[in-house]
Structure formats: C-alpha cells, structure tokens
Design a protein around this ligand. Sequence first.
Ligand code: C3B
Length: 825
Amino acid sequence: RYGPMTTPTHPLALAPVTAPPATVDGFVKEFLRELNTGQGVALSRSTVNDQYLALARTVRHYLMARWLETTRHQRETKEKAVGYLSAEYLLGRQLGNALLATDLGEIAEKAMAACGLDLVTLRAQEVEPGLGNGGLGRLAACFVDSLATMSIPCIGYGIRYEYGIFKQTFVDGRQVEQPDTWLSLGEPWGFPHPEAAVQVDFGGYTETYRDGDVERTRWVPSWNVLGLPYNYMVPGYQNGRVNTLRLWSAQATKAFDLAIFNAGDYAEAVRAQTFAENITKVLYPEDSTPQGKELRLQQQYFFVACSIRDFINQVMEPGFDLHDLPERVTFQLNDTHPVIAVPELMRILVDEHKWEWDEAWDVTKRCFAYTCHTLLPEALEVWPVDLLGRLLPRHLEIIYQINDAFLAEVRERFPNDELRARSMSIVTDYPDRSVRMAYLATVAGMKVNGVAALHSQLLADKVLPAFSEYWPEKFTNVTNGVTPRRFLRLANPWLSQLITDALGVGWVTDLDRLAELEPYAQDEDFRKAFREAKQTNKERLYALLRARDGIELSGDHLLDVMVKRLHEYKRQTLKILHIVSLYEQIIHERVDPTTITPRTVVFGAKAAPGYRLAKEIIYLINKVGETVNTDPRVAGRLQIAFPANYNVTLAEKLIPAADLSEQISLAGMEASGTGNMKFALNGALTIGTDDGANVEIRQLVGDDNFFGFGMTEPEVAALGASGYQPGSYYESNPQLKAAIDLIASGAFSGGDRNAFEPVVSNLLYHDRFMALADFASYVDAQAAVEAAYADQEAWSKMAILNVARTGFFSSDRSMRDYLSRIWRA
Ligand code: C3B
C-alpha cells in the first residue's frame, strides 16, 4: 500500500519535497543535524567515520528531491527505460561524485572548514564499493552515470555483495587475499526497502496439469529466498536528474525457516537462514575466466528473477499489459551473466500468465539485447544441464523448447545441413551436456554487440559466425566509453581547469568539444601549463603511495603505468621482460645508464585467487622490483612500484599522473579495454598493440601520436596456424635470451633458480599469448618512446593531441550509440 491513510491537512505534507538551501550555512545546518540526530553524536565527540557518514547523508539530502522527482516523472511519462542487467558494478567512491553532480564541492569544503573539519580527509574515509572485478563492472558504472547525465530513463539492476572484490595484500611478494568488508563501518548510500522484497524460487521439479482443455506445466520449487532491494542514487551531472541503481541482497524467507522452526529444530532454521544469505555473500573474483560454480548460477538467477519481477510489478503501473513490455523497456544483458533472464521472462508469461508460447516468445525476444565482452572461449559461460536441471528445472525445459523451435527454423532454412544446425544448438553435448549462454542470448536478443570495432568484427566472424550469417542485421558494434565526470573532471582537477580555461565548461557533458584543444598543442604557454598539471599529478600520486604503501618514488621520471587485471593475455610478462632487459643491459654494461631515459614503472593488478600462473607473475614482478629498486647501478634510472590492491580509487590518482599507458595485449584478445581510453584522455601516450579499442584510439590520435607495435590479429592467427614455437624467438634474439636467462639465473630470487620456473617454462614452451613473438617489436617501440620523451616540447604536443582527439571515448557517446543502434532500433 502506498501513500497516506487519510488526506493530509498540513501544508508541509502537501508541498513537494525540496532540497536544503545550497549555502554554507544551509549545509552546516544539515550536516550538524545529521551528525547529532542521525549519527547520535556531538561534533566534539565525533570520529572521522561519524563525520564522513553525516556528510554523505547531508549530500544525499540535496539529491533527494531530484530523485523523487525523477521517479515521479518517469512514472507519469511512461517513457521507455533501459533495464541494465549486470552482475557487477564497480562504482568507486560515491561522495566526490555526488558533490560534483550537485555542484556542492566548494560549499561543502567551506562548511566543513567552518566545523573545523577537512573535506579531503573525510572523503578519504569512504571505502569504495568494489562490486565488480574489472573492466566489465566499471563499464556498467560509467554507463549508468552517462544515462543519468543524459536524462535517459534507466534502472541498473545488480547484486549487493556483502563482500566485494577481495583486498589484495602482498606477503613476501606473493598475493594474499583478504575479505573486502566494505559494509563494516556503515554504508550511507543504499536505501533498503525490505517491504518491497521479492521471493525467488529454486530447485524442485516440474509437473503437467490440466487447465480446462489445455495441458500446462508448472514448477514446484523446493526452496526459496527473499531478494531485498537496496536503492542507490545515480546522479546526473548538474542536470537535476537522479536515476536508480537497485542492488539485491538475499535473505531467508519467513516461510522457509518457520517450517523447520515449527518442527522444533531451531538450530536448523538458523542454518537455513545462513544458507539463503550466502547467495549474495561474495563476488566471484574471476575476471574473464568464470568458474562454473553452482552458487554463481544461484546469484545470476537470483538477481535477474528479482529484477524482472520488480520491473513488471513495481516499476510498471498497476494493470500494465505485458504485451507492451518491449515498448517500455530493453533489458540489456551485460555479458552472459544475466542471460537466465530470458527463460525467466518466458516462464512468467507462459506459466504464470498462461500465454501461448509464440506470443510469449515474440514479446521476450523484443525485450532483450546482448553485449558480449570477450573472445576468450573459456570466458563464454556454459552451464551443465544437470546443474541447471537441479537448480532451475523449469528454466531448463524452456531453454530446450527455445532451442528446438530455433533449430527447426534453421533446418527449414538450410535443409540437409545438419552440421550447421548442430553448430548453432544452444545445448551442446561435448564435452558435457550443457547450455551455451552466449548462444541463448544471441537467439533471444534483438541485437548482439561487441565492445570495440575489431572485437565486434571478430565476434561475428569467429565466435558466432553461423549466427552472424543467419542474422547479419542482428550484429552491431558499440565501442566502449568512459565517463569524463569521474575520470577527467574529478580525477584530474588541474587538467580540467586548463581545459575549462580554454574552452569553457560545456566539455564535461560534450566531450567532442575537446577537439577545440587541438590548436593549443602549438601554444608554448599551454604546453608548459599542461606539463605543470602533469607534474602536480605525479606529486599527488607519490604522496599517496608514500602514505598508502610506504613506497618512495622520486625524480623527474617518465611515468610508465600498466594497470589492469593480471591475465596472461594482457601480457604483464611482456612488460616485465622489457624491464628485465633494460636492467640486464645496464648491469652488464651493455648500455651507459646515463643515456637511458629515467623511468618509473608502476603496476597495479589483482589475480584471480585460483589463477596459479597469474599469481606467479605477480611474484615475479615484485621480486624484480625489489632487486632493481635496491641496486645502486640503476639508481636514478629505473624504479618499479607495485602498490597492492589496485582499485577505482587508486586509478583516479594513477591515471592522471601517467606519461605512458601500457596496452600490450595480444592482438585479438582484449575485447576493448577502457583503461586505454582513460589514459589517453588524461594526456598519456599509448604504447599498444592493434587490439580492442587501441585500434580506434590510434586511428583518432594518429600514428605519429601513438606507439604501435606487435603483430596484427591476422598475423597472430597465421602464426598460430603455422605452429607457434616460442623457443625459436628465445634462441634467435640474444636480448630476449639474456632477459629470460637472467630471470632463470636466480638474480631476482636470491640465487634460487627455481623461483620463477612456472613463468619461465610457460614462456619458453607454451606462451599461449605470444609474448616472445612481440618482444622485439615492443623493445623497438619502447626505444621510440625514449627518443620522443627526450624532446619535452614535442612530447607535450603529442599528449595534448591525445586529449584533443579522444573525446569520442566518452561513455555519453556509447549511450547515444546504444540508443540509436539497439534501444530505439
Ligand atoms: C572486459 C574486457 O576484458 C575488456 O576488454 C572490456 O573493455 C571490458 O570488459 C568492458 O567491455 N571483461 C571483463 O571485465 N570481464 C569479463 N567477464 C569479460 C570481459
């Protein structure tokens, strides 16, 4: 039941919700009220955490009227919305973004100062919600930011994991994972709505029954849980718009534990409670290589079942006709994780609403669109049929029926081509009978998109060729983007100020305007100011690393940064081989150290806890770092930093400081990359392969302003087909051999020759991602970097051109592309 019980009489109860006055006094008043009556403490006795929580809630007040108004407006206009279904949202800290969106930064700073507090310190108290692994989760966060900023109706649906991505620590150079207790000090941004909880069923069996003269199927589940929604504000940038992110948390249902309780087994009832709540306990830390764990499937079904139910029952007006659903929403499937939503909607329409199959299928397939984020075969989710049958027996039947109908269509269009039909089957028999979720998404979705031009091409040609031939018009591309609010305006205030001084303020929501910076590359004063901004960012970074990690960096070095998940295909090993090679040449006096450009290399990377080789690579990087950093022969020339626990918060400090952006994946492997865009926008030059969105960055900034190297995707394919032999590169390239030999010699492991055996033998005998084949070309490109950096004026020109020419990579542009190619198509 919504609304008051009788008609309100007090004028305040009738008035619309308003924001507090946007003045220092108004802010102080709200803040103290929150501290005193919300937190229950006096300023004089409050901790930094109390102060942070009160401040966050204060800023929330300023957004509240807009949020309520957005929701009301959406209900009234019935505009078509995007239902973004994503198992991950890697949001980053909220406070700074909320202050920016409300334009309250200055007022808050003064208000805090007037209370004897420091805004920067309070902002640092926030623990970022790490509800994602890497690129895919961060992309979702950028997209919801852009949609709010562009006033496009969207509800982001996802999971409120109690523990987000693990906290990485290093012990003797090895990664040790610690739980991410992001909720432990209180979390001011989420609004729980227990009264709007949704029941989600699992297990059991299906049975047929007669309904008049039709035979129907029903699902008799054996257990269930409740999904509790937590609403989060997604403020648009200074536009009065606040969209919603709705994250679900699992709770035991009353019926569930009561039944056992009545039977007298209290302890068992409590155990059942824990079991249910396990579903949203922890984010699976595998990025791009999911483990087929039952709990993961439970998570996936749990959140999409909640979300679809919520959209139909809560977001749509009462009495809404489900035939109109495609006119009111597109559910965008963020990779295969939410694809079980397809049979779920079919089940609702066919079983609950008793629609004909064809009628339900017609509506369902106009409600979904699918984005693929990878090409790695091991990352395309496949669920064993017995697991699905045990957990979701009705959904499995529906998937079979979708598949049968689809294959019948294929056989009709291509008679006597059974091989083709088999190759397109959603259900496969090898190696085990299982369901290919990407195929299901492709069959059901009205559109299928990749995330960069090259990736979309390869997706259509290599991963789903039979489907792209069958439905050429279904396949499209939307190149990823990043939000300029968080990654330029917030993260890089000095460069932002320079841009604003040159162009005015509009660029923050119209990033193509960065093109107007082009002539400033020729302006000596601008270049100087640009370099000063970069230097300020470096100093800010060094101060942070000193305080956060005890890492001492010094000197006026080229800052060379490689931050991303640790994965063989991303080739952190190629980078470390180059560093080892530089080091080897110096200590063996093959080069004069005074002739090389002083360089500071920063790594940031988490490895999936079960990914052995990735963890060995982390160990190698740390050990090389220890040795290099303490060797007087390279002092002042080369230093390596590997701060633990790379996350969004650290990225915001690292990226603006970088001179060189490492984007060195094997061509054809990185679907897009988004870090590459953030670096270029912040004026770093890229050293990169022709992979993912690097291709588009290079095209836009021009070959002269990009350090390209390595094989192209067709060359990679040809080398693979001819039988790649990494050993031959080792044997024929003395520089490469010397670097690998130095690693194997124990020089970085106190003489222990076995310390890096897993990495070394993998490189020499497998090297699935062909690091050795690209080594020589990479070394040449790094030499070109050094030569270019020696001329600071020329380097600054190139860096400014990178900023000026990469406005395309705003996620606002991505949203426009989704709108025109998918959501309004
Ligand atoms: C990533 C890809 O690895 C990146 O190339 C891409 O830029 C982003 O997605 C966003 O599209 N990705 C990921 O982070 N997790 C996956 N499971 C699959 C892809």
